[in-house]
Design a protein around this ligand. Structure first.
Ligand code: PLP
Length: 413
């Protein structure tokens, strides 16, 4: 069994007691299972069977260097959302041909770096961006490989903050505009259209939006082929959700089967950009209780040493994460509001939780925190970024040391 599970006495990560890591490295600390990341990558990869495909891991979910290197060893490509992510990927050994550059607001400086690199594709999000790429290609004398992100007007039925596939969202170009832009490509020799792209949202927990987006893109690809265009692949984006409540999520097999059923007939290789589904369940945020104090007649606050600065998702989206005591305690359950130490009332890690009695000093683990956790961490309240640990084959190592005040002040003049 890989990842996080309870023995009779306590929570372990790939067999290593989480308490041993917290005792050695302090809290808050992110703990990741390398075995779980590998298993999740391989499950998605294997689900394609013989169908030509490539996974481009979405770095935005977690771009900790050791994790990026792990993905490279697995044979992944990457989806980078900034020149910073591109640079991290290159330092981790990815070549330009392994990188797709996505993102709704690529700055002039970013495009100036990206165009000469000869990436697998720059996924353009507007007519203006295509024109800017074209101008840079003319200046550098290098034809740019581009994909066009099309907004299919599909409701991902996820949280509104992470739904991207409706035309009221800022992402991509609507189908009509896309058709005009795609038709213009034949007369634009500096732009090599290699793919078309959709990404309708994140944390998608039903198959329909993902299937619908694949069917939509396959339809546009068929139109393009009839018009004589030659695409290299279809980029179906990311978005596969995970079961934050511990229930059932769409399985990699079900997901990939739907994509292949809808888009396989195009004969084109399929690219996906999964982030959360690979690293989300493979990481936990471990925190220690600082204080316990009464909240109401029937519940207490537990103030822990991790909050919105380490894991923003609950405060940002009202996201739910399971919270479990690291050591199994007996006794009756109590009602708790698990809150962070930050000076914001929204700094609640978990509302209305039923847990065995907690006391200051007890450890808790916030599960499924591997994606969009440390990646969104901040120094608000001058809190240092937490330590991060990777467990691999029964051993663990720090992959990012806890920030110091000196680290925080570095660069301030
Ligand atoms: C273009 C694009 N690709 C991939 C992803 C990764 O999504 P997820 O982590 O849900 O798989 C995102 C995240 O929103 C994205 O914007």
């Amino acid at each position: 069994m890989t990842g996080f599970f309870h023995t009779e006495s306590e929570l372990v990560c790939d067999g290593v007691p989480v308490s041993a890591i917290a005792d050695a490295e302090g809290t808050p600390v992110y703990v990741y299972s390398a075995a779980d990341i590998r298993a999740r990558y391989r499950a998605l990869d294997a689900a394609f069977g013989d169908h030509p495909h490539r996974l481009h891991y979405a770095l935005k979910a977690n771009s900790r260097f050791a994790i990026v290197q792990l993905l490279r060893e697995l044979g992944s490509g990457v989806d980078a959302n900034s020149i910073g992510e591109i640079e991290v990927a290159r330092r981790a050994g990815f070549t330009p041909a392994d990188i797709v550059f996505t993102g709704v607001g690529k700055s002039a400086a970013e495009l100036e770096c990206a165009v000469p690199l000869g990436l697998k594709a720059i996924n353009a999000e507007s007519a203006g961006e295509l024109a800017r790429i074209e101008a840079l290609a003319a200046r550098t004398g290098r034809r740019a490989r581009v994909a066009l992100r099309i907004n299919p007007d599909i409701d991902a039925r996820s949280h509104p903050h992470i739904s991207t596939g409706l035309t009221i969202n800022k992402f991509g170009v609507p189908a009509d505009t896309a058709r005009e832009l795609l038709a213009s490509m034949a007369g634009r020799p500096l732009l090599q259209l290699v793919a078309i792209h959709v990404h309708v949202g994140s944390q998608i927990t039903s198959i329909e939006p993902l299937r619908g987006a694949a069917a939509f893109l396959a339809g546009v690809a068929a139109e393009l082929t009839r018009a004589g265009a030659v695409l290299e692949y279809l980029d179906l984006g990311g978005g596969l959700g995970i079961a934050y409540d511990g229930g059932r999520a769409v399985s990699p097999r079900e997901y990939v089967a739907a994509l292949v059923a809808e888009a396989g007939a195009t004969g084109l290789p399929l690219v996906i950009e999964p982030g959360r589904a690979i690293v989300g369940p493979a990481g936990a945020l471990v925190a220690r209780a600082i204080d316990v104090k009464p909240r109401s007649a029937s519940s207490d606050f537990v103030v822990v040493d991790a909050g919105m600065t380490e894991l923003l998702r609950p405060a940002l989206y009202g996201a739910f994460h399971r919270i479990e005591p690291v050591r199994r305690g007996g006794g009756p359950l109590r009602a708790y509001e698990i809150v962070g130490p930050v000076c914001e009332s929204s700094d609640v890690v978990g509302r209305d939780r039923s847990l065995p009695a907690l006391a200051p000093g007890d450890l808790v683990a916030v599960l499924d925190a591997g994606a969009y956790g440390s990646a969104m961490a901040s120094n608000y309240n001058r809190r240092p970024l937490p330590a991060e640990v990777l467990v691999d084959q029964g051993r663990w190592r720090v992959i990012r040391r806890r920030q110091t005040v000196d680290d925080m002040l570095a660069g301030e003049l």
